[in-house]
Design a protein around this ligand. Sequence first.
Ligand code: PGA
Length: 248
Amino acid sequence: MLIVANWKSYVEKRDEAKKLLALSKRLSAKSRRTKIVLAPSFAHLGVLAPGNRSKVKFAAQDLSTTTVGPATGEVSGATLRNLGAEYVIIGHSERRAIGETDTVIAEKAKRAVANGLIPILCIGEKERDADAHYLLTLKKQLHAVFEPLAPRDRLRVIVAYEPVWAIGKHAGDALASSDLREMVLYIRKALSEYLPGKSAKVAPVIYGGSVEPSNIRGLAGGSDIDGFLVGHASVDPVPFAALVKALG
Ligand code: PGA
C-alpha cells in the first residue's frame, strides 16, 4: 500500500516538517506493507529530500511545464529530480480550481516522465449526478493525459481518484467503500484504452478525499485500491501514525 502525504500548504515551519519526516521514517521502518511518500512544499522538499536514504520517498506537489531558462517562479522537473523527488502530484483539484487545464496537466505529465518522476495524476468529479455523467468527467481527464503519452510512459502513471466533493472534510463525507470498489474498476476499465489489457487490470489507483484513521481500513478492504492520497490527516502526527498503522 502506498500512502502519499499531501502536506499542501499546511506545514509552514521547518521543524514541523523535520518532525513529520522523522515520524515517517519510524513508521516505515516498522511497516512491512506500507510505503510512505511525503509531498511537502517545494521549499521543504529542498530541506528534507537531499541525501535522503530512508525508505520514505518524496513527491513534489506540482511541477512546471517549463524547462531550464527564463521562467520566473517556476520549478522544473529536473530541479525536483535533482533534489531527490521521485514522484510528482499533477492535476490536483486545488490547482485545477485556479485554472489549470487538462492541456497543461498533460504537458506536466510529459515533463514528469521526461525527468524520471512518477506522475500521480489526480482526477475527480466536482459532484455526482443521478445519470452518472460524472463518469465522463473522469474519462475526459484520463484521456487528456494518457492519450498523448508514449505507451511506455503511460505505464508509469499512478491515478489518484479524488472526488472533489470529498476533499478536506471528515471521514463521514468520504466516498463509501463499496463505491470505491466500483470506481477502481471503472478507472481500470477506462485505462484499458491506453494500456495493454493486463497492465490496465493492475494499473495503480489510489484514493484521496477525507481519508482518516477511522475510515482507512474500510476503504482499503475489498476495494482493490493500491493506496491513499492523504491531505489534512497527514500533517498531524497522531492521525498520521494511526493511518499508517491501520494499514499494517
Ligand atoms: P484531504 O485532502 O485528505 O484533506 O481530504 C486530500 C487531497 O486533497 O489530496
